[in-house]
Structure formats: structure tokens, C-alpha cells
Design a protein around this ligand. Structure first.
Ligand code: ATP
Ligand code: MG
Length: 553
């Protein structure tokens, strides 16, 4: 049977526009406001817009929507560009700033005034709100609505020259105060704000409002499909009004989709900012967050995020996606690509008493059992090893197949060993486990006389490197409620565990920032880009190996 490829609703709209000749090409854009770091939701928007451009042989623009001078910073411009490039959304040489279009926006405002479609209004912000009415009450017309074109031109010009203080005058569209859509009730198009702008400096003291600026930005760039999130659905009639009345040829159209939300994490800028400011997390890129910088630092790959976004798809209704789906994607991506190394997170010493003192040997260990192409490496073995503390029990329960006195296990890629005894400190804590090995059982020797049920991993104490590993849990526990009664976040106190006494194969000490590995049984880990030093990496656990998560069919 032939595979049917289902098209999402945005693709269906684009197919239709192309078939009907509304557009002869596809042009999309990603238009962030540089007022914070990008998060996983933005990644969805970026990859959706970029993916559509690619799919239709069109182009994708990167545009900063920097029309509001109060909240924007160059620091955010830099971080956003880094993130977009890292995700692989190639905007080539099409990097734009909405503030570069201020002169065009001003011209278009003059055009609207001349057409009798805009007027200067002296009502205060509170009065404008009051006059606007609500869902039940129609709005009332501003007393300034019927100023002459000449007067409006003069006043708008004077607003631009700086003659009026902030808040004293605005330019408004003259649309319909009785419209059932409140956005159409003579919306504010321009406001006075005596503020320096990060790009245009003090050149302007009037700034366009988002609903006026955004459609013009799209139209100037010949965007065809302006894809945005659902909260703008009610603004669409205004979007259409602006591009029509500003007389753009072949104007863009807006299509809305649902925002992406994730369970058990914090996506709102406001909450993240508070976590950063309160020192609860280590900056905007703390690996427990889902900013793109944080995901990258944690060890997520662009491929895994692309897979995630594809699996989530585009929807018309808001919903939350299980964080476990993101984890599924990174496991899938790393599974065949990364070497499987031995690392002991909670070490206890294993002494093999019948192994000659001072002797070592090199054993061949496959790098990835599922992908032979990754080859193998040589690992040193000797008399004293580190194993996981949980791999020994003096008095084990039934079905415990690891080390306990009298039991034999396989040391991964090495020999069978039989546990003989253990040593303990004054508190009864095990300090050393003793065992003997059987030289005839060397891995790869073809030995098959005995079966053992347990296999454990190890590192040779003589050359293992001590490193720090960090384990993470969800920062909020959604099951217990994301927010406390007082509106603060219900934080998981165990979201970070720092293990300073881990032992890893010496090769891992050379790991560079962002290098990632599978640590046998313990999960996938990535060398931290901030806190690692040469020869002394710090490893972040990206994700554990197993989960009960099943991909929905
Ligand atoms: P936030 O509310 O997190 O600050 P925002 O919408 O204010 O986000 P912008 O910089 O204005 O952020 O958004 C840039 C683009 O990213 C917009 O097109 C917006 O619709 C889209 N976007 C923002 N959040 C999400 C999300 N959670 N899912 C999908 N797209 C999103
Ligand atoms: Mg915003």
C-alpha cells in the first residue's frame, strides 16, 4: 500500500494559495522580539517557518521585531542569532531589523492620514481604554476623530519632532468603534516615547505599535505566509486592514497555530527570569530550563529538537506536550551516534585478590553494541577497580544478581569474578569489596562453560579520572501542581544532584564542551560548556537510558 503523507493545515493553506495563484512563491520569517532568550516554543516556530520555506523551495528570513525600545537588548540579539543558527535554520544573508523600516512605517502612517484612515488623538491611555468599550458595549468615538487631514498631518509631524511628551498624543486608525472585534475599534498605531533605541538611537521619539508594524514588516519583505501563534487570531482583521490600506501589492496573509507547551518545565519568560534572579538556577542556560541555550548546554542536539518538533506537529488548539517526548527524541538521536563508556557515579573499590599486583592488561571494548561502525577501544584492566556501590550487597534480596559474597558476575568486557568478602568502616559502610577472578573467562575467549546472570561495569582505579557529574530532575513537579497557592512556582527540591566523586575512563577526561557519551547503565552525559576545565570535564546527565514513555501510535 502506498504511504499517504498527511499535510498539516498550514501546508494545506499554502498548497491552496499556490494552486489559486494567490502567491507564486513561499516566503516565511521568524520575527522574535529581542527581549529574552529563545525557548523550545520558539524552536518550534523557527523550524516550522524554516521547514516550510525549504519544503516549497522558498526563502526564510530572520527578522528582529525591535520596535519597542523599552525592553530590548543587544545581548538578546546575539543569543537569538546563535540559537537560530545552531538549530540549522539558514537565513543566508537575510537578517533584518524591523527598526530599519521605521521610515517606511512613518510614510505609511502619512498615507493613512491623507486617506482619512488615521487621526491624531489626545485622549489619555485610560480614556482610550474607557472609550473602547468591551464585548457587550460598543465603543464611543474619540472627540478628536474628525480632525481634518491637514491638522492630523501637522500634529503627527509635531509628534515626530518631539513637541509632545510621552502619552500626550497617539496616532490611531480610523476604523470602526462599533466593531464586534475590539482590535478594530480605532487601534493605536503610533505612540510618543522619548527613548533611545538600540539600533536607531535618538532618531525617533515616536514608535509604531506591534499591530501596525508587524504587517508592514512582513509586506516589505514580501513575506507570503506570516505564521504566528493563536493569540493573534483576533488581530488578523487588523493585519489585513493595515496591509490593504497601506496599499501593498500582493500582501502577506497571517496563519495562526497553537503555542507549544511542555509539562514539568518552566517556559514563561517571567518565571524563568525570577528563577535566574533568585539564584535558583545558574543563569538562562541552566540545564534544567528549556531555553535553547539550556537544552544545548544539557546536551540536546539540533537533530533531537527537530525530531521533537516534527513529532509534535502543528495544531490549532493549545495543549501541553509530555517532557518525556523530548527525552525520547534525544535518546533516539544519540543511540547509534555516541560511544558507550564506563563511568562510576557512586564508587566503591573492588579488589581482585588473585590478580597479580602491579600487573595490568589492555582489553578491547566495543564502542557501541548497536553500531559496529563506531569500532572499539582499548581499556586498562587491573587488580583494583571501582564499581557502583549499588552493585554490591552483603545481604541481597531475592533476584539480586550482582555482587554478594559467593556470587559470580561478569565484569563487562573483562572476566568473571566471584565475590569473597567486604570491608566496612566504623559506621558499617562498605569501603572495599573483595573478589577473585577466573583467568579462563576472559571476554572474547569463547569461554562458555558457566552462565552468570549479572554483568556490571567498572573502571581501573589506577588510571580512572575523578570527575563531577550532575544529575537533573524536573524543576517543577506538575503532578503536585505547577504553582503554589501564593502563585510562586512549586519547585522540586531534587532538581539538581551534584556528584563530585565519580570515576571515569581516562579517555573521558579529554572530553570537550558539548561532547556527549552514553555512560553504561547511567544514561547519556554531555561535557558542560561553562564549568568544565581542560582535562577536568564536568558531565551533565542529558537523560537516563530507560523510560516508561511510549511513542503514541
Ligand atoms: P514569550 O511569551 O515566551 O515571551 P513571545 O511570543 O513573546 O514569547 P516573541 O519573541 O514575540 O516571543 O515570538 C517570536 C515568535 O515565536 C512569534 O512568532 C511567536 O508566535 C513564536 N512563539 C513564541 N512562543 C511560542 C511557543 N510556545 N510555541 C510556538 N511558537 C511560539
Ligand atoms: Mg513577546
Amino acid at each position: 500500500m502506498e504511504e499517504t503523507v498527511s499535510r498539516n493545515f498550514i501546508e494545506q493553506e499554502i498548497d491552496k494559495d499556490l494552486a489559486e495563484g494567490v502567491y507564486d512563491h513561499v516566503q516565511t520569517r521568524f520575527p522574535p522580539e529581542p527581549n529574552g532568550y529563545l525557548h523550545i516554543g520558539h524552536a518550534k516556530s523557527i523550524l516550522l517557518n524554516y521547514g516550510l520555506a525549504e519544503e516549497y523551495g522558498g526563502k526564510f528570513n530572520m527578522r528582529f521585531d525591535d520596535t519597542n525600545p523599552t525592553k530590548e537588548k543587544t545581548e538578546f540579539v546575539e543569543s537569538i542569532l546563535t540559537d537560530v543558527k545552531w538549530l540549522g535554520a539558514d537565513f543566508e544573508d537575510r537578517l533584518f531589523f524591523a527598526s530599519d523600516y521605521f521610515p517606511i512605517m512613518y510614510e505609511k502612517a502619512l498615507l493613512l492620514i491623507r486617506k482619512g484612515k488615521a487621526f491624531v488623538c489626545d485622549l489619555t491611555a485610560d480614556e482610550i481604554r474607557e472609550y473602547r468599550g468591551d464585548f457587550r458595549t460598543p465603543g464611543r468615538e474619540s472627540p478628536y476623530r474628525n480632525r481634518s487631514v491637514e491638522e492630523n498631518l501637522r500634529l503627527f509631524e509635531e509628534m515626530k519632532e518631539g513637541k509632545y511628551p510621552d502619552g500626550s498624543k497617539v496616532l490611531r486608525g480610523k476604523i470602526d468603534m462599533a466593531s464586534p472585534n475590539i482590535n478594530m475599534r480605532d487601534p493605536v498605531l503610533y505612540r510618543v516615547a522619548h527613548q533611545s533605541h538600540h539600533n536607531t538611537g535618538d532618531k525617533w521619539c515616536i514608535y509604531p505599535m506591534y499591530d501596525f508594524a508587524h504587517p508592514i514588516e512582513d509586506a516589505v519583505e514580501h513575506v507570503t505566509h506570516s505564521i504566528c501563534t493563536l493569540e493573534f487570531e483576533d488581530h488578523r482583521p487588523l493585519y489585513d486592514w493595515v496591509v490593504r490600506e497601506c496599499e501593498f501589492e500582493n500582501p502577506p496573509r497571517q496563519i495562526e497555530f497553537a503555542k507549544l507547551y511542555l509539562t514539568n518545565v518552566v517556559t514563561g519568560k517571567r518565571y524563568i527570569k525570577k528563577l535566574v534572579e533568585d539564584g535558583i538556577v545558574d543563569g538562562w542556560d541552566d540545564p534544567r530550563l528549556v531555553s535553547i541555550a539550556a537544552l544545548r548546554r544539557r546536551g540536546y542536539t539540533p537533530e533531537s529538537i527537530r525530531m521533537f518538533v516534527d513529532l509534535v506537529g502543528v495544531a490549532k488548539a493549545n495543549s501541553s506536550v509530555d517532557y518525556a517526548l523530548l527525552e525520547y527524541c534525544i535518546r533516539e538521536d544519540l543511540k547509534l551516534k555516541r560511544p558507550r563508556m564506563m563511568a562510576i557515579l557512586d564508587p566503591v573499590k573492588l579488589v581482585i585478590d588473585n590478580y597479580p599486583e602491579g600487573q595490568t592488561e589492555e582489553l578491547e571494548v566495543p564502542n557501541n553494541l548497536e553500531n559496529p561502525e563506531l569500532g572499539s577501544r582499548m581499556v586498562t584492566f587491573g587488580r583494583e577497580l571501582y564499581i557502583e556501590r549499588e552493585d554490591f550487597m552483603e545481604n541481597p534480596p531475592r533476584k539480586y544478581f550482582r555482587l554478594f559474597p559467593g556470587n559470580e558476575v561478569r565484569l563487562m568486557s573483562a572476566y568473571f569474578v566471584t565475590c569473597t568478602s567486604c570491608e566496612k568502616d566504623a559506621d558499617g559502610r562498605v569501603t572495599v569489596v573483595h573478589a577473585t577472578y577466573d583467568p579462563a573467562t576472559k571476554s572474547g575467549s569463547g569461554f562458555a562453560e558457566r552462565k552468570v546472570k549479572g554483568t556490571i561495569h567498572w573502571v581501573y582505579a589506577g588510571s580512572a579520572k575523578q570527575v563531577e557529574c550532575r544529575l537533573y530532575e524536573n524543576i517543577v513537579d506538575e503532578e503536585k501542581g505547577k504553582l503554589n497557592e501564593d502563585g510562586t512556582l512549586n519547585l522540586n527540591p531534587n532538581s539538581l544532584t551534584v556528584l563530585k566523586n565519580c570515576y571515569v575512563e581516562p579517555a573521558l577526561a579529554e572530553a570537550k564542551a558539548y561532547d556527549s557519551f552514553q555512560f553504561v547503565r547511567n544514561g547519556y552525559f554531555c561535557a558542560d560548556c561553562k564549568d568544565s576545565a581542560p582535562g577536568a570535564p564536568v558531565f551533565n546527565r542529558i537523560v537516563s537510558l530507560k523510560s516508561s514513555f511510549k511513542l503514541p501510535k
